[in-house]
Design a protein around this ligand. Structure first.
Ligand code: URA
Length: 190
């Protein structure tokens, strides 16, 4: 699947991205994390969540007692979408058509790994699996059941914690994120 996804042309994002960033992790992980799309670092390295957002995710996983090597981590969209801003590549949100075009890869990953729990990190992942009307702010941390899908839990995207305007807000946001992941850890222990 990874090899097939490397030459995916289902939308135009491949044209400006370095490479397809496929999910990776434990083959039969009990929990799968779904982010939005690779960032600048991920695009260069070809691995999900290895940049600044990945560090926040790593810290939160550790605080919640979840071993990263035991989970599977992927993104709703597997190419980096960006626009130039000076010398930087500025992240751009994938649109509904790009999310839809990438959905077969996500479905295939879910079918292959068969996780018990899907953790949706932020609005794009939630939109990909639960539709555009789902609001992470209203339903974060709750168990969500949908036919044909593993049990889901939506929470914020780790980048949102990096964007907090001050230390105190960032600490509170991190605490709430860890609390959501702790719920996942508790479920895994059952
Ligand atoms: N943000 C994401 O949603 N995914 C990554 O892989 C990196 C940053």
């Amino acid at each position: 699947m990874r090899a097939a996804a490397a030459s995916c042309r289902a939308c135009d994002l491949y044209k400006s991205a370095t490479q397809t960033v496929f999910g990776e992790g434990a083959e039969h992980a009990r929990v799968m994390f779904v982010g939005e799309q690779p960032g600048d670092r991920e695009d260069r390295e070809g691995k999900p969540f290895v940049g600044p957002a990945g560090r926040v995710l790593d810290d939160a996983l550790e605080a919640a007692g979840i071993d990263r090597s035991q989970v599977y981590i992927t993104n709703a969209v597997k190419h980096f979408k960006w626009k130039p801003q000076g010398k930087r590549r500025l992240h751009q949100k994938p649109n509904a058509a790009e999310i839809d075009a990438c959905r077969p890869w996500l479905d295939a990953e879910i079918a292959a790994v068969k996780p018990e729990i899907l953790v949706l990190l932020g609005a794009t992942a939630a939109q990909a699996l639960l539709g555009r009307d789902f609001r992470v702010t209203l339903q974060r941390g709750q168990s969500i059941e949908r036919p044909g899908l593993p049990l889901m839990l939506a929470t914020v995207h780790p980048s949102s914690i990096l964007r907090a305007p001050d230390n105190q807000t960032r600490e509170l946001a991190m605490r709430a994120f860890v609390q959501d992941l702790t719920r996942v850890a508790q479920r895994l222990r059952r």
